[in-house]
Design a protein around this ligand. Structure first.
Ligand code: IPM
Ligand code: MG
Length: 356
């Protein structure tokens, strides 16, 4: 297998976790006899500093031409006061839209040995293995009109979804549910929002094509509660852009740390893979970030963009082996124990990959 991967390390801990994910990629190349060409490009605050724009044309062109894109993180407090188009985050929204990445898959599960690392009782968390399917190129994030009134005294955003947008993301969720445990919960706010009423009706209509999937609907507030009270009862959770942003952070926290969660953004030709955690500027450059989300994102990249399911499973196994050996980064270490550095954890995962 020969492949071309564009790397967008970005900001904060993005470069460190990208280095970790690439180390894992190289171990996979060596073990399975593949060659991947990786090319780094600028995005976010890193791009703003170098070129004054958050998503340079050159980056978008490279991403469009690649087989897959790996992204570390974007976000830099130095640009907190900048206008919307000059903020690092706008690059992420722009590249998602430009690449047509409407389907965001965010799997969250308990890793072996981490049952007690999160805020929940291990008995509540046991067996948790869920998939958030988040619509990624519509909703409030992109709706027009939007803006701050000239006098600064009001602001507005627009929530709009079409039947087509709802149908295509719901199809992704139904297809996944069919291959998993056959349960799909669609999350909305249909007791208040017209958009949610359309969402619910559209999902219900599509359900007739998937008789083997058990579909339920949940209001977002109640879904947030269930995710904390009984996460193991959830199989696939389908929702719109903003609700998915919020619920996927909650899913990460429930499983022990946001640093554990990978994601895949799919839709058109090229997929983009990124850990769900952000740039975490307060811990950047200290070699303490959790690289698991990034490594697992690289596994999703190999599986979705190159069809390399065994290679992806080998990465997951190597992470599991490393956790079983007792290594923990600071975010998941038990109090009183010495945490492993990012680089140390990464070395252990690549060693486990090479040993096998
Ligand atoms: C995420 C992030 C982004 C989002 C930000 C950085 C724009 O929180 O990927 O979940 O809100 O989509
Ligand atoms: Mg988020």
């Amino acid at each position: 297998m020969n492949g071309h991967i564009v790397l967008l390390p970005g900001d904060g801990i993005g470069p460190e976790v990208t280095t970790a994910a690439c180390a894992v990629l190289h171990a996979v190349e060596a073990r399975f006899g593949h060659t991947f060409h990786t090319a780094p490009h600028l995005i976010g605050g890193a791009a703003l500093r170098a070129t004054q724009v958050p998503l340079p044309d050159e980056t978008l062109q490279a991403a469009t031409a690649a087989d897959a894109v790996f992204l570390g993180a974007v976000g830099d407090p130095a640009f907190d006061q900048a206008p919307p188009g000059k903020r690092p985050e706008s690059a992420l929204l722009a590249i998602r839209k430009a690449l047509g990445l409407y389907a965001n898959l965010r799997p969250a599960r308990v890793w072996s040995g981490l049952e007690a690392s999160g805020p929940l009782k291990p008995s509540v968390l046991a067996g948790t293995d869920l998939m958030v399917v988040r619509e990624l190129t519509g909703g409030l994030y992109y709706g027009e009109p939007r803006g701050l009134a000239a006098d600064g005294q009001s602001a507005h955003n627009t929530l709009r979804y079409s039947v087509d947008e709802i149908t295509r993301i719901a199809r992704v969720a139904f297809d996944l549910a069919r291959r998993r445990r056959g349960r799909l919960v669609s999350v909305d706010k249909a007791n208040v929002l017209e958009v949610s009423q359309l969402w619910r009706r559209t999902v219900q209509q599509l359900a007739t094509e998937y008789p083997e999937v058990v579909l339920t609907h949940e209001y977002v507030d109640s879904a947030a509660m269930k995710l904390a009270l009984a996460p193991s009862t959830i199989d696939v959770l389908l929702t719109e852009n903003l609700f998915g942003d919020i619920l996927s952070d909650e899913a990460g926290a429930v499983c022990g740390s946001l640093g554990l969660l990978p994601s895949a953004s799919l839709g058109a030709k090229v997929g983009l893979f990124e850990p769900v955690h952000g740039s975490a500027p307060t811990i950047a450059g200290r070699d303490i970030a959790n690289p698991i989300g990034a490594m697992a994102s690289m596994a999703m990249l190999l599986e979705h963009s190159f069809g390399l399911a065994s290679e992806a499973a080998a990465i997951t196994q190597a992470i599991d082996d490393t956790l079983s050996a007792g290594l923990r980064t600071a975010d998941i270490a038990d109090p009183g124990t010495t945490p492993a550095a990012t680089s140390q954890f990464t070395a252990a995962v690549t060693a486990a990959l090479s040993r096998a």
